[in-house]
Design a protein around this ligand. Structure first.
Ligand SMILES: [Zn+2]
Length: 107
């Protein structure tokens, strides 16, 4: 289970990095294209805000994925980072980057 989970996390990390690169490419295009009409600019600014949000989310996810990987490498990947109890296996299967048990995740 641990090896499988680690492998899934490494894949997820690659996917998340690719997603961040796509968001960043999108944001660079915007800065190079300021000669559009105002209406076009306005609708682009809106979608840029969404991309910013998505990018922030992806960064947070990446941080969480990396934390989960380093906890696995430290042989504490199955333990809750808050209370130290074993995290439910079903939770880890559903959320491979979870580092908290069900109870501590709600707090
Ligand atoms: Zn806990």
């Amino acid at each position: 289970m641990t090896n499988e989970r680690r492998r899934a996390l490494v894949e997820l990390r690659v996917e998340t990095l690719e997603r961040i690169q796509r968001y960043e490419a999108h944001q660079h295009q915007r800065r190079d294209a300021l000669d559009k009409d105002l209406e076009e600019q306005a609708s682009e600014i809106q979608s840029d805000d969404i991309v910013d949000l998505l990018e922030n989310e992806a960064h947070a996810e990446l941080t969480q994925i990396e934390k989960a990987i380093s906890r696995i490498d430290a042989h504490e990947g199955e333990l809750c980072e808050v209370c130290g109890e074993v995290i439910d296996i079903h939770r880890l299967q559903a959320l491979p980057y979870a580092t908290r048990c069900n109870e501590c995740a709600i707090l």
